[in-house]
Write a protein that binds this ligand. Structure first.
Ligand code: SAM
Length: 329
């Protein structure tokens, strides 16, 4: 098991398959992009699958979520999904994506064994999309979501980040859209993980504001902690159900005490927290010939050292060196 000294057990593995992205969302990346990791530093498909296998077969990982960067940019994605789906006990498999390219790949991913997708969608307005993501790709994202639903990658979950003065008036529109299409919407508070270090607490649209805004049009009934478990989203039944909406208050309503996540970066580093400042390298050990048991031991030690909380609200908080796109959201 991957347990830490605060009694938490990590069973949910987020695997970043690339740090590259084809969007430049303002809360994540600068307009000019970033210096991408050189290819030799990236885990190969075989290396990724071997590490996931160790997590699943030796360390109690039950859920694997592929992310990035943009995971649909990873050429070997379908093969990685298929090989992960063949592991026993078979983990639950999901993918977080911006949806661009999903229209083309959803069927093959479903066939390979992917269970569901989370698609990021922050606005329904093409102009706002262009302003926020710095690319004119809204139609591709919407097409990708529809294709995912048609392929059975359900429930399609939608992640939205609201930025003040950009898309913060769209919360109700986004919920209406998701209700109409049978998608499950979750708002995520903007976190200090952007490469430009532009995050300001005063500018963040808080979970409370989001909920109050939604309540102007919808009746929200909290589902309560029993339903939430270790999930980051506080969920609400909308207008009596069955539809639900989630709000992830990472900054103002931290849920670190129930966290069951651990991350593997595209270059083979274990991160025990999104906000960790330390990483544990598995790639070099793997390439130097380490056994599965040795790698599992390194991984166990990395998780054992997990801090009790992310510390964003401490005066001494320091943003991690890597931005969200290089960690894997
Ligand atoms: N490219 C994929 C996508 O767009 O979903 C996966 C990677 S992306 C980093 C994963 C999620 O992180 C997205 O839903 C994105 O909106 C979210 N995200 C990125 N930067 C963030 C930030 N500073 N605060 C909150 N969420 C952020």
């Amino acid at each position: 098991m991957l347990s830490d000294t605060y009694g938490r057990v990590a069973t949910d593995l987020r695997v970043s398959l690339t740090d590259r992205c084809n969007l430049r969302c303002a809360y994540c990346m600068p307009a000019e992009g970033l210096d991408w990791l050189p290819k030799p530093q990236l885990l190969t498909d075989d290396e990724v699958v071997r590490l996931i296998g160790i997590g699943v077969e030796r360390l109690g990982i039950r859920e694997v979520r592929f992310t990035g960067g943009e995971p649909l940019l990873r050429r070997g994605l379908t093969g990685i999904v298929a090989r992960t789906a063949a592991l026993r006990p078979r983990p639950e498999l999901s993918l977080t994506t911006n949806g661009i390219g999903l229209a083309r790949t959803a069927g093959a991913l479903r066939e390979a064994g992917l269970d569901r997708v989370n698609v990021s969608l922050d606005t329904l307005q093409p102009d706002t999309f262009q302003q926020l993501a710095r690319r004119d790709r809204l139609a591709d994202v919407l097409g990708g979501m529809a294709a995912a639903a048609a392929a059975g990658l359900v429930p399609v979950k939608v992640n939205s980040v609201l930025m003040r003065g950009v898309n913060d008036t769209e919360a109700r529109d986004l919920l209406r859209f998701c209700l109409d299409h049978g998608y499950e919407l979750r708002f995520i508070e903007q976190m200090p993980l952007d490469a430009q270090h532009g995050w300001r607490r005063a500018n963040m649209v808080s979970a409370q504001e989001i909920i109050e805004g939604l309540e102007q049009e919808f009746m929200l009934t909290p589902e309560g902690p029993g339903i939430r478990g270790s999930a980051p989203a506080e969920t609400f039944v909308v207008n009596g159900g069955p539809a639900r909406v989630g709000v992830i208050g990472s900054v103002t309503r931290p849920f670190c005490g129930a966290c069951d996540r651990v991350r593997l970066t595209a270059d083979g580093q274990i991160r025990n927290c999104l906000f960790a400042r330390d990483e544990s390298d598995l790639r070099d050990a793997l390439r130097a010939g380490a056994s599965d048991e040795d790698l599992a031991g390194r991984w166990r030690r990395a998780v054992a050292a997990k801090l009790p909380g992310h510390g964003i609200n401490d005066p001494t908080f320091l943003q991690p060196d890597r931005p969200m796109s290089a960690i894997g959201g």
